[in-house]
Design a binder for this molecule. Structure first.
Ligand code: PLP
Length: 367
Protein backbone atom coordinates (compact mmCIF):
# COMPACT_ATOMS: atom_id res chain seq x y z
CA UNK A 1 0.00 0.00 0.00
CA UNK A 2 1.21 3.47 -0.80
CA UNK A 3 2.26 5.27 2.35
CA UNK A 4 3.75 8.74 2.77
CA UNK A 5 7.04 9.34 4.58
CA UNK A 6 6.75 8.82 8.34
CA UNK A 7 7.34 12.52 8.98
CA UNK A 8 4.38 13.39 6.77
CA UNK A 9 2.16 10.73 8.35
CA UNK A 10 2.79 12.35 11.72
CA UNK A 11 2.38 15.93 10.50
CA UNK A 12 -0.43 17.79 12.28
CA UNK A 13 -2.96 18.99 9.72
CA UNK A 14 -3.65 22.69 9.56
CA UNK A 15 -7.11 23.71 8.38
CA UNK A 16 -7.68 27.44 8.64
CA UNK A 17 -11.46 28.03 8.90
CA UNK A 18 -11.92 29.31 5.35
CA UNK A 19 -15.41 27.94 4.66
CA UNK A 20 -18.58 30.03 4.90
CA UNK A 21 -16.87 33.33 5.52
CA UNK A 22 -19.93 35.55 5.08
CA UNK A 23 -19.88 38.92 6.77
CA UNK A 24 -17.18 41.43 7.57
CA UNK A 25 -14.03 39.30 7.35
CA UNK A 26 -11.74 40.41 10.18
CA UNK A 27 -10.40 36.90 10.74
CA UNK A 28 -7.46 36.40 8.32
CA UNK A 29 -5.49 39.67 8.39
CA UNK A 30 -6.47 40.28 4.79
CA UNK A 31 -6.98 43.71 3.27
CA UNK A 32 -10.70 44.24 3.81
CA UNK A 33 -10.96 46.97 1.19
CA UNK A 34 -9.73 45.03 -1.86
CA UNK A 35 -6.84 46.20 -3.98
CA UNK A 36 -5.96 49.24 -6.08
CA UNK A 37 -8.49 49.79 -8.90
CA UNK A 38 -5.61 49.72 -11.37
CA UNK A 39 -4.97 46.08 -10.43
CA UNK A 40 -8.54 45.18 -11.24
CA UNK A 41 -8.28 47.01 -14.59
CA UNK A 42 -5.13 45.05 -15.37
CA UNK A 43 -6.80 41.74 -14.54
CA UNK A 44 -9.72 42.59 -16.81
CA UNK A 45 -7.34 43.38 -19.67
CA UNK A 46 -5.66 39.95 -19.63
CA UNK A 47 -6.05 38.03 -22.88
CA UNK A 48 -6.34 34.35 -23.64
CA UNK A 49 -2.78 34.50 -24.94
CA UNK A 50 -1.55 35.93 -21.63
CA UNK A 51 -3.10 32.95 -19.88
CA UNK A 52 -1.94 30.36 -22.41
CA UNK A 53 1.75 31.22 -21.99
CA UNK A 54 3.99 30.08 -19.15
CA UNK A 55 4.61 33.10 -16.94
CA UNK A 56 7.92 34.97 -17.15
CA UNK A 57 8.99 36.03 -13.69
CA UNK A 58 12.26 37.91 -14.33
CA UNK A 59 10.99 41.27 -15.72
CA UNK A 60 8.62 41.72 -12.76
CA UNK A 61 11.32 40.54 -10.40
CA UNK A 62 13.47 43.39 -11.71
CA UNK A 63 10.64 45.88 -11.03
CA UNK A 64 10.23 44.68 -7.45
CA UNK A 65 14.01 44.67 -6.86
CA UNK A 66 14.18 48.27 -8.06
CA UNK A 67 11.25 49.24 -5.87
CA UNK A 68 12.92 47.70 -2.81
CA UNK A 69 16.39 49.01 -3.68
CA UNK A 70 18.04 45.58 -3.95
CA UNK A 71 19.81 43.78 -6.79
CA UNK A 72 17.80 41.51 -9.10
CA UNK A 73 20.10 38.68 -8.04
CA UNK A 74 19.13 39.24 -4.39
CA UNK A 75 15.38 38.80 -4.92
CA UNK A 76 13.09 35.92 -5.77
CA UNK A 77 9.37 36.36 -6.34
CA UNK A 78 7.47 33.60 -4.60
CA UNK A 79 3.97 32.17 -4.41
CA UNK A 80 3.35 34.18 -1.27
CA UNK A 81 5.62 34.16 1.77
CA UNK A 82 4.38 30.62 2.37
CA UNK A 83 6.40 29.38 -0.59
CA UNK A 84 9.43 31.35 0.61
CA UNK A 85 9.30 29.50 3.95
CA UNK A 86 8.89 26.20 2.12
CA UNK A 87 11.89 26.89 -0.14
CA UNK A 88 14.11 27.80 2.81
CA UNK A 89 13.17 24.53 4.51
CA UNK A 90 13.88 22.56 1.34
CA UNK A 91 17.23 24.24 0.79
CA UNK A 92 18.70 24.18 4.28
CA UNK A 93 17.15 21.39 6.36
CA UNK A 94 18.50 17.87 6.17
CA UNK A 95 16.48 15.07 7.68
CA UNK A 96 18.11 11.89 8.87
CA UNK A 97 19.43 10.38 12.08
CA UNK A 98 21.20 13.51 13.36
CA UNK A 99 18.30 15.82 12.70
CA UNK A 100 18.83 19.45 11.75
CA UNK A 101 17.18 21.91 14.10
CA UNK A 102 14.82 24.75 13.25
CA UNK A 103 13.90 27.44 15.77
CA UNK A 104 10.64 29.35 16.15
CA UNK A 105 9.34 31.59 18.91
CA UNK A 106 5.78 30.75 19.93
CA UNK A 107 3.11 31.91 19.48
CA UNK A 108 3.78 32.64 15.84
CA UNK A 109 2.64 32.03 12.27
CA UNK A 110 1.50 28.39 11.89
CA UNK A 111 3.18 27.57 8.58
CA UNK A 112 6.75 27.77 9.92
CA UNK A 113 6.12 24.70 12.02
CA UNK A 114 4.42 22.75 9.23
CA UNK A 115 7.12 23.29 6.62
CA UNK A 116 9.94 22.73 9.10
CA UNK A 117 8.47 19.45 10.31
CA UNK A 118 7.69 18.34 6.76
CA UNK A 119 11.33 18.90 5.82
CA UNK A 120 12.36 16.65 8.70
CA UNK A 121 13.67 19.26 11.12
CA UNK A 122 13.76 18.85 14.86
CA UNK A 123 11.55 21.73 15.88
CA UNK A 124 12.88 23.89 18.70
CA UNK A 125 10.09 26.09 20.06
CA UNK A 126 11.08 28.98 22.30
CA UNK A 127 8.18 30.45 24.28
CA UNK A 128 7.75 34.22 24.16
CA UNK A 129 8.54 36.08 27.37
CA UNK A 130 6.03 37.74 29.69
CA UNK A 131 3.47 39.75 27.73
CA UNK A 132 4.73 38.12 24.52
CA UNK A 133 8.04 40.00 24.64
CA UNK A 134 10.62 38.60 22.23
CA UNK A 135 12.75 36.11 24.24
CA UNK A 136 16.14 37.22 22.91
CA UNK A 137 18.34 35.41 25.45
CA UNK A 138 16.38 32.16 25.15
CA UNK A 139 16.62 32.20 21.35
CA UNK A 140 20.36 32.85 21.49
CA UNK A 141 20.75 30.04 24.03
CA UNK A 142 18.83 27.62 21.81
CA UNK A 143 21.21 27.99 18.85
CA UNK A 144 23.41 24.92 18.37
CA UNK A 145 25.74 23.63 15.67
CA UNK A 146 22.72 21.77 14.22
CA UNK A 147 20.54 24.87 13.88
CA UNK A 148 19.81 25.35 10.18
CA UNK A 149 16.84 27.70 10.13
CA UNK A 150 15.42 30.33 12.47
CA UNK A 151 12.10 31.91 11.44
CA UNK A 152 10.91 35.11 13.09
CA UNK A 153 7.82 37.06 12.09
CA UNK A 154 8.41 40.76 12.67
CA UNK A 155 5.80 42.07 13.44
CA UNK A 156 4.69 38.76 14.83
CA UNK A 157 1.37 37.06 14.13
CA UNK A 158 -0.85 36.69 16.21
CA UNK A 159 0.57 39.14 18.78
CA UNK A 160 1.45 42.11 16.52
CA UNK A 161 4.58 42.65 18.61
CA UNK A 162 8.05 43.43 17.25
CA UNK A 163 11.54 42.29 18.16
CA UNK A 164 14.29 44.92 18.52
CA UNK A 165 16.44 45.31 15.42
CA UNK A 166 19.67 44.73 17.38
CA UNK A 167 18.29 41.47 18.75
CA UNK A 168 17.47 40.15 15.28
CA UNK A 169 20.95 41.07 14.06
CA UNK A 170 22.56 39.46 17.10
CA UNK A 171 20.67 36.24 16.33
CA UNK A 172 21.77 36.29 12.68
CA UNK A 173 25.37 36.88 13.76
CA UNK A 174 25.25 34.16 16.42
CA UNK A 175 24.11 31.57 13.88
CA UNK A 176 26.18 32.13 10.70
CA UNK A 177 25.63 28.47 9.79
CA UNK A 178 21.81 28.90 9.83
CA UNK A 179 19.37 30.68 7.55
CA UNK A 180 17.65 33.42 9.55
CA UNK A 181 14.31 34.43 8.09
CA UNK A 182 12.83 37.74 9.22
CA UNK A 183 9.30 37.60 7.89
CA UNK A 184 8.11 41.15 7.27
CA UNK A 185 4.64 40.22 5.96
CA UNK A 186 3.20 43.17 7.92
CA UNK A 187 6.02 45.61 7.07
CA UNK A 188 3.78 48.35 5.67
CA UNK A 189 1.83 48.69 8.93
CA UNK A 190 5.03 48.89 10.96
CA UNK A 191 7.46 50.75 8.69
CA UNK A 192 10.69 49.16 10.03
CA UNK A 193 12.78 46.82 7.93
CA UNK A 194 15.98 44.83 8.24
CA UNK A 195 16.47 44.93 4.46
CA UNK A 196 19.64 47.10 4.51
CA UNK A 197 21.29 44.65 6.93
CA UNK A 198 21.41 41.85 4.36
CA UNK A 199 24.66 43.33 3.06
CA UNK A 200 26.41 42.53 6.37
CA UNK A 201 24.60 39.24 7.07
CA UNK A 202 24.86 36.66 4.26
CA UNK A 203 22.61 34.27 6.24
CA UNK A 204 19.78 36.82 6.66
CA UNK A 205 16.63 36.51 4.53
CA UNK A 206 13.78 39.01 4.47
CA UNK A 207 10.30 38.02 3.27
CA UNK A 208 7.65 40.45 2.06
CA UNK A 209 4.12 39.81 0.87
CA UNK A 210 1.59 41.53 -1.36
CA UNK A 211 -1.23 39.70 0.46
CA UNK A 212 -1.74 42.26 3.21
CA UNK A 213 -1.37 46.00 2.57
CA UNK A 214 -1.64 45.51 -1.22
CA UNK A 215 -4.79 43.38 -0.97
CA UNK A 216 -3.58 40.59 -3.28
CA UNK A 217 -3.85 37.51 -1.03
CA UNK A 218 -5.88 35.72 -3.70
CA UNK A 219 -3.17 36.17 -6.33
CA UNK A 220 -0.48 34.60 -4.10
CA UNK A 221 2.61 36.72 -4.53
CA UNK A 222 5.46 37.62 -2.23
CA UNK A 223 9.20 38.18 -2.34
CA UNK A 224 12.24 36.71 -0.63
CA UNK A 225 15.40 38.78 -0.42
CA UNK A 226 18.84 37.60 0.65
CA UNK A 227 22.47 37.18 -0.31
CA UNK A 228 22.82 36.68 -4.09
CA UNK A 229 24.76 33.42 -3.67
CA UNK A 230 22.10 31.95 -1.38
CA UNK A 231 19.31 33.14 -3.66
CA UNK A 232 20.94 31.25 -6.54
CA UNK A 233 20.51 28.09 -4.47
CA UNK A 234 16.86 28.89 -3.74
CA UNK A 235 16.13 29.48 -7.44
CA UNK A 236 17.27 25.91 -8.03
CA UNK A 237 14.65 24.60 -5.60
CA UNK A 238 11.84 26.80 -6.91
CA UNK A 239 9.70 26.11 -9.97
CA UNK A 240 10.49 28.58 -12.79
CA UNK A 241 6.70 29.13 -12.97
CA UNK A 242 6.00 29.46 -9.24
CA UNK A 243 4.21 32.80 -9.66
CA UNK A 244 1.21 32.80 -11.98
CA UNK A 245 0.68 35.09 -14.98
CA UNK A 246 -2.18 37.07 -13.43
CA UNK A 247 -0.12 37.87 -10.33
CA UNK A 248 2.88 38.90 -12.45
CA UNK A 249 0.73 41.13 -14.66
CA UNK A 250 -0.89 42.83 -11.65
CA UNK A 251 2.17 43.50 -9.58
CA UNK A 252 3.58 46.49 -11.56
CA UNK A 253 0.28 48.45 -11.40
CA UNK A 254 -0.05 47.52 -7.71
CA UNK A 255 3.44 48.86 -6.99
CA UNK A 256 2.77 51.98 -9.05
CA UNK A 257 -0.28 52.88 -6.95
CA UNK A 258 1.53 53.70 -3.71
CA UNK A 259 -1.15 56.30 -2.92
CA UNK A 260 -3.63 53.44 -2.50
CA UNK A 261 -1.31 51.52 -0.15
CA UNK A 262 -0.51 54.65 1.89
CA UNK A 263 -4.17 55.51 2.29
CA UNK A 264 -5.05 52.00 3.38
CA UNK A 265 -2.16 51.82 5.85
CA UNK A 266 -3.18 55.19 7.33
CA UNK A 267 -6.72 53.91 7.89
CA UNK A 268 -5.47 50.66 9.45
CA UNK A 269 -3.18 52.52 11.86
CA UNK A 270 -5.99 54.84 12.86
CA UNK A 271 -8.37 51.87 13.28
CA UNK A 272 -5.80 50.05 15.40
CA UNK A 273 -5.57 53.04 17.72
CA UNK A 274 -9.35 53.30 17.99
CA UNK A 275 -9.71 49.62 18.86
CA UNK A 276 -6.88 49.73 21.41
CA UNK A 277 -8.45 52.82 23.02
CA UNK A 278 -11.82 51.07 23.31
CA UNK A 279 -10.25 47.96 24.80
CA UNK A 280 -8.21 49.93 27.33
CA UNK A 281 -11.27 51.98 28.31
CA UNK A 282 -13.14 48.77 29.06
CA UNK A 283 -10.29 47.09 30.93
CA UNK A 284 -9.79 44.42 28.28
CA UNK A 285 -6.28 43.06 27.92
CA UNK A 286 -4.63 43.53 24.53
CA UNK A 287 -1.08 43.82 23.24
CA UNK A 288 0.49 46.76 21.40
CA UNK A 289 0.25 45.84 17.75
CA UNK A 290 2.47 46.99 14.87
CA UNK A 291 0.40 45.10 12.28
CA UNK A 292 -3.12 45.20 10.79
CA UNK A 293 -4.65 43.28 13.70
CA UNK A 294 -4.91 43.29 17.47
CA UNK A 295 -4.80 40.33 19.85
CA UNK A 296 -7.12 40.67 22.84
CA UNK A 297 -8.02 38.39 25.73
CA UNK A 298 -11.77 38.01 26.13
CA UNK A 299 -11.61 35.57 29.03
CA UNK A 300 -9.43 33.03 30.78
CA UNK A 301 -10.48 29.98 28.74
CA UNK A 302 -11.05 28.79 25.18
CA UNK A 303 -14.78 28.63 25.97
CA UNK A 304 -14.75 32.43 26.41
CA UNK A 305 -13.06 33.11 23.08
CA UNK A 306 -15.26 30.58 21.26
CA UNK A 307 -18.39 32.25 22.68
CA UNK A 308 -17.06 35.68 21.72
CA UNK A 309 -16.23 34.64 18.14
CA UNK A 310 -19.72 33.18 17.79
CA UNK A 311 -21.35 36.32 19.21
CA UNK A 312 -19.47 38.48 16.69
CA UNK A 313 -20.35 36.08 13.86
CA UNK A 314 -24.03 36.37 14.71
CA UNK A 315 -23.61 40.12 14.36
CA UNK A 316 -21.99 39.75 10.93
CA UNK A 317 -18.33 40.10 11.93
CA UNK A 318 -15.78 37.29 11.62
CA UNK A 319 -12.87 37.33 14.06
CA UNK A 320 -10.35 34.59 14.86
CA UNK A 321 -10.10 32.47 17.98
CA UNK A 322 -6.41 32.06 18.86
CA UNK A 323 -6.90 29.98 22.01
CA UNK A 324 -4.92 27.06 20.62
CA UNK A 325 -1.76 29.17 20.30
CA UNK A 326 0.87 29.09 23.04
CA UNK A 327 -0.16 31.30 26.02
CA UNK A 328 -3.20 32.58 24.11
CA UNK A 329 -6.05 30.89 25.99
CA UNK A 330 -9.16 33.01 25.71
CA UNK A 331 -7.55 35.26 23.07
CA UNK A 332 -9.11 36.53 19.88
CA UNK A 333 -7.37 38.26 16.98
CA UNK A 334 -9.20 41.01 15.13
CA UNK A 335 -8.04 42.34 11.75
CA UNK A 336 -8.34 46.07 11.13
CA UNK A 337 -9.21 47.80 7.89
CA UNK A 338 -11.02 50.90 6.75
CA UNK A 339 -12.63 53.57 8.94
CA UNK A 340 -16.06 52.38 7.87
CA UNK A 341 -15.34 48.77 8.86
CA UNK A 342 -13.96 49.95 12.16
CA UNK A 343 -17.06 52.03 12.90
CA UNK A 344 -19.10 48.86 12.52
CA UNK A 345 -16.65 46.72 14.50
CA UNK A 346 -16.49 49.13 17.42
CA UNK A 347 -20.28 49.48 17.59
CA UNK A 348 -20.80 45.71 17.76
CA UNK A 349 -17.92 45.30 20.20
CA UNK A 350 -19.17 48.02 22.54
CA UNK A 351 -22.65 46.47 22.48
CA UNK A 352 -21.17 43.07 23.31
CA UNK A 353 -19.36 44.61 26.26
CA UNK A 354 -22.33 46.69 27.50
CA UNK A 355 -25.29 44.43 26.97
CA UNK A 356 -23.93 40.97 27.53
CA UNK A 357 -20.94 41.61 29.76
CA UNK A 358 -19.53 38.96 27.49
CA UNK A 359 -15.97 40.09 27.92
CA UNK A 360 -16.02 41.71 31.35
CA UNK A 361 -17.60 38.78 33.15
CA UNK A 362 -15.21 36.39 31.51
CA UNK A 363 -11.99 38.26 32.30
CA UNK A 364 -12.97 39.75 35.60
CA UNK A 365 -10.60 42.59 34.73
CA UNK A 366 -13.22 45.27 34.48
CA UNK A 367 -13.86 47.38 37.59
C1 PLP B 1 3.72 36.25 9.55
C2 PLP B 1 3.09 35.80 8.29
N1 PLP B 1 3.87 35.40 7.27
C3 PLP B 1 3.34 34.98 6.11
C4 PLP B 1 1.97 34.93 5.92
C5 PLP B 1 1.44 34.42 4.61
O1 PLP B 1 1.75 35.31 3.61
P1 PLP B 1 1.42 34.97 2.10
O2 PLP B 1 -0.02 35.25 1.87
O3 PLP B 1 2.33 35.90 1.34
O4 PLP B 1 1.77 33.54 1.88
C6 PLP B 1 1.12 35.33 6.93
C7 PLP B 1 -0.34 35.27 6.73
O5 PLP B 1 -1.14 35.46 7.57
C8 PLP B 1 1.70 35.77 8.15
O6 PLP B 1 0.92 36.14 9.17
Amino acid sequence: MLSPREIIRNLPSYHPPLAGRDGLRLDFNENVDGCSPSVLACLQSLTTEDLARYPEREPVEADVAKFLGVLNSELLLTNGVDEAIHLLCQAYIDHGPSQDEAIIVVPTYSMYRIYMLAAGAKLVTVPAGPDFQFPADAVLASITQRTRLIAIANPNNPTGMVAPRQTLLAIAQAAPHAAVLVDEAYFEFNGETLLPERENCPNLFIARTFSKAYGLAGLRIGALIGDAGQMRVLRRVSSPYNVNAAALACLPPALADQAYVEQYVTEVRESRMRLETLLHANGIQCWPSHANFVLMRVGPTAADSIAFVEHMRQHGILVRDRSADHACEGCVRITLGTRQNTDRLLTVLQQAIDTRSLIASATGTRP
